[in-house]
Design a protein around this ligand. Structure first.
Ligand SMILES: C[S@@+](CC[C@H](N)C(=O)[O-])C[C@H]1O[C@@H](n2cnc3c(N)ncnc32)[C@H](O)[C@@H]1O
Length: 120
């Protein structure tokens, strides 16, 4: 039985990111939700379980400037980084298991499965 990280890493290594069942060319539910939130785009925002999603690309295009993508599968983050090219340097990439991770800083907005959670 592979452990959790191995399971997800194997998946991203053996399948193209745009062939996984949850792939969306444009992550419409998340972008619709994002359009309804109004904090400054310099607010820290982290996409938890972001994988190779295009959401980070869209958030950069929409002017978000303090972005992080966290995923247990490094290969997924590598796909997103490669796609973004130089723009990837404007994002913090965190390869870890969210269930044991302790953030070293504050992110006011947490995105997970098309929902944006605000820390007060
Ligand atoms: C269904 S996929 C969704 C990926 C991405 N949000 C998207 O819409 O394309 C779930 C993602 O969660 C990641 N994941 C699963 N368990 C995790 C954990 N414990 N910590 C961090 N990421 C995890 C997987 O590697 C995978 O990329």
């Amino acid at each position: 039985m592979p452990d959790r990280a191995e399971h997800w890493e194997t998946l991203y290594v053996t399948k193209h990111a745009d062939t996984v069942s949850w792939y969306q060319p444009a992550p419409a539910p998340s972008l619709d939700a994002q359009a309804r939130i109004t904090p400054a785009k310099s607010t820290g925002l982290i996409d938890v379980g972001g994988g190779a999603s295009n959401l980070v690309d869209a958030l950069l295009e929409r002017g978000w400037r303090d972005l992080a993508v966290l995923d247990i599968a490094q290969p997924a983050l590598d796909v997103a980084r490669a796609r973004l090219g130089e723009r990837a340097d404007d994002v913090q990439w965190i390869a870890t298991d969210i269930t044991t991770w302790r953030p070293g800083r504050r992110y006011a907005i947490w995105h997970d499965r098309a929902v944006f959670h605000f820390l007060t």
